[in-house]
Write a protein that binds this ligand. Structure first.
Ligand code: ZN
Length: 71
């Protein structure tokens, strides 16, 4: 899988989000302090949008989270 494309909102690093974009949902989840809440959102999206997109979000969040903890 190629690295996740960042939309204009994400590149500008403003507070705005577009939940149609995977990148924005990832950014949203990274602000959530509790893993239970992040999991609940991912499960919600999995039911609503299907496995492919939910797994993509989950993978990206895990990668970014690991990166952040290493810093
Ligand atoms: Zn975005």
């Amino acid at each position: 899988m190629s690295p996740l494309e960042q939309c204009d909102l994400c590149r500008r690093q403003g507070g705005r989000l577009d939940f149609n974009h995977v990148c924005c949902r990832v950014r949203f989840l990274l602000k959530m302090p509790h893993v239970e809440i992040r999991r609940a959102w991912i499960e919600y999206w999995r039911r609503r949008d299907g496995d492919t997109i939910a797994t993509q979000i989950e993978t990206e969040v895990k990668a970014r989270w690991a990166e952040r903890n290493r810093a």
